[in-house]
Design a binder for this molecule. Sequence first.
Ligand code: ADP
Length: 496
Amino acid sequence: MTLRKKILLGYGVSFALMGFVVSWGIINLISLGKTSNEILQENYKSILSAHNMLNSLERQDSAMLITFLGDNKLGITQFRENDANFLEWLTRAKGNITIKGESELLYFIETNYQSYRQLYSKITELKEIDTSSLAESLNIYKNSVYPLFLQIRDKVTQLLKLNEKTMYEASIKAEKVAVHAILSTLFVAALSFIIALSFSLFISERITNPINKFIDASREVSSGNYEVELPIQTHDELGSLAEEFNKMALQLKHYQKMSINKEVERMKNEFIMALSHELKTPLTSMGMSIDLLMEHGVHSLDKRDQELLQVTYDEIHRMKTLVNDLLELSKSESGKISLEFERVPINTLFEHVLTIFKGQSEIKHVTITTLPQFAKEMKILPNVRADANKITWVLSNLISNALRYVGDGGIIELMAANRGDGNINISVRDNGPGIPNEYQTKIFQKFIQVKGQSSGGSGLGLAICKEIINAHSGTIWVESEVGKGSVFTFTLPIYN
Ligand code: ADP
């Protein structure tokens, strides 16, 4: 899961819990509202009806008394008015039967009230026909009307009480619901809070834990310890960051090693340079002494001593070449090689080396030529941008190698061609023994010589050639077939 998703999940859970608590509260409020509404709707109407019915009944009773007392007209009017009222409230009460026992009560009230009305109209009819005495009327009232009135009133009062009781019970129930709502909301809120808190703690722990590891690892790296490796525990952004971090640490370690290696290489070069420089002077004077001895003192020595002197002479000269080569190589490797670039015609280069090797080639019976088919083309080849002395050194080295390896009557050819990519190929071809495949790239390394070829060289010549050509932004390589010969080619940039 990605870091983004983790954070979103954390928030999501909190929001969901919040939503749950809010919904729970709303549900409770609604049920509370419903309960109190019920109290009002169910009982209030019945109580109101009962009150009004009681009121009308009392007024009817007094209307009855007025009638008995002789005011027939007023009595009837008052009775009728309250009769209508009573019936209206009775109908309403009947339309709002909600409690057990309510309908029986209402049935009783209705039937008795019918009798009460009939009784009243009977009395008023009697009163119209003959006006009996007050005493007799009161007697009728006392014996039949009043008890009926009392019975109805009692039932209406019962109805009122019943509804009041139910209302009271309902209000207690509502109170209970309210308390329950408060408690349950509190409980749900507390539970949600705990869940959200633990979840947030868990998520933040999961995020900060690896970050702390990053901080520690970064500290290690900045203090120079690249041996750190962060565990890749998660598959999120932090996981890939850890992977990259490890790669970086590895790379830094690599760079550190490289710069140490470079430093060692530099020190080695400096040492070789100093050493060969120091060796050069005594070697030169030794060489000169031996040269003198060979010229003048050799005749006074016997044959054995002459041979010893010859060996010493050869060895001193070999050492001189070695030391010179070493000095040259260490200079170019340490970047101390200073090139003086100029516009150089290839013809000039070739003519120069041909002059140098004229004597040696004649002694060895080796032909060195620029190929006739190239000679013409060579004149129209563009000039190269090079340090003429250094390139002459390279060419000389290649030719002297070839001279060393071709036998009597061998042929060495110098060639040049335009590559067409802004560079010129310059080659030295010989028909010597050739170089085995596996050696063809290796011989450009220091001290590598083909096995079994006694040369008397230092094994540094080609390495120096390579350094010089590289400094000219060129490349050098060999194509060779054993038994047929070799072609050494290097490139130089065209001067423009
Ligand atoms: P060295 O001083 O030994 O000649 P180089 O670096 O010039 O050192 O040459 C490295 C090796 O490459 C030589 O020792 C030789 O074995 C091989 N080599 C160089 N030039 C030729 C060539 N023209 N023909 C055959 N082998 C060659």
